[in-house]
Write a protein that binds this ligand. Structure first.
Ligand SMILES: O=C1O[C@H](COP(=O)(O)O)[C@@H](O)[C@H](O)[C@H]1O
Length: 249
């Protein structure tokens, strides 16, 4: 693991466009290396702006979208198509605007009457089926994801891993159910830290003054916030606007 890198942009719009440009380049690079690009999407305010900027980017036309595999780091456990689902947001802003292969889009299951535990297990199985082949010649797991994007909550949560919640400590499965989330909706499904860490690059994308304290705390070596846990194998980027970066010492 290498030290996190900070990149600070003037405002939320500048941040979204810069992340979009970086995202397009990362996907093109992965495809140029002969890989099907594996990306993990997030939810939240700035993520939607990033997806819109990618969809509008002329450079996005250089991506073979049918050779991109889409995953989600977490999901709000709500019925299919609910506007609050991270999946719905990404579909509306990006996936419906480009020519994706539906078989390569892997939303976390929606609430169709099963429990969040069943949804988490199904997602872990789907991840394993697609990604288990990714091991080196000694059988060790290699990075599964090219880029994993994460938002950060004002409380320092990432994906649906909240401070003080037991899911943060889970290491034996790749996806877990979350109940009584402090942020609505109360029921969620999240990747665990070991699953998030199977990424070449982890990008924290954070905008707004309400996140400044959490960002500054997460960047301390002694931090125990969820946002301090995910690390990319090759790079960990903190992509911030000036407001979110304001309290970094
Ligand atoms: O609920 C969630 O919130 C976080 C952050 O969202 P924001 O609107 O405060 O930027 C997001 O990263 C996570 O994926 C989502 O489920």
């Amino acid at each position: 693991m290498v030290d996190p890198e900070l990149l600070i942009h003037r405002d939320a719009s500048g941040l979204a466009h810069a992340v979009a440009a970086r995202f397009v380049t990362a996907l093109v690079d992965a495809q140029s290396n002969g890989r099907v690009a594996q990306v993990v999407l997030t939810g939240g305010r700035v993520a939607a702006a990033v997806y819109r900027a990618v969809a509008e980017s002329p450079a996005g036309r250089t991506i073979d979208w049918r050779r991109v595999e889409f995953w989600w780091g977490d999901e709000r456990f709500l019925p299919p198509g609910d506007p609050e689902r991270n999946e719905t947001q990404a579909r509306d802003a990006l996936l419906s605007q480009v020519d994706v292969d539906p078989a390569r889009v892997h939303p976390i299951p929606a609430d169709t009457g099963q429990t969040a535990e069943v949804a988490a297990e199904a997602y872990a199985t789907e991840l394993a089926a697609t990604l288990s082949a990714l091991s080196d010649d000694k059988g060790r797991a290699v990075p599964a994801f090219d880029v994993l994007m994460l938002g950060v909550g004002p409380d320092g949560h990432v994906a649906s891993l909240f401070p003080g919640y037991p899911q943060l400590e889970v290491t034996d499965v790749s996806a877990v159910a979350v109940h009584d989330s402090p942020k609505p909706p109360p029921t969620r499904v999240s990747l665990t830290v070991p699953a998030l860490n199977r990424s070449r690059e982890v990008w924290f994308v954070v905008s707004g003054a309400d996140k400044a304290e959490a960002v500054a705390e997460a960047l301390k070596e002694t931090s125990t916030l969820p946002a301090s846990a995910p690390k990319g194998r090759n790079r960990t980027l903190w992509l911030l606007d000036e407001d979110a970066a304001a309290q970094i010492q």
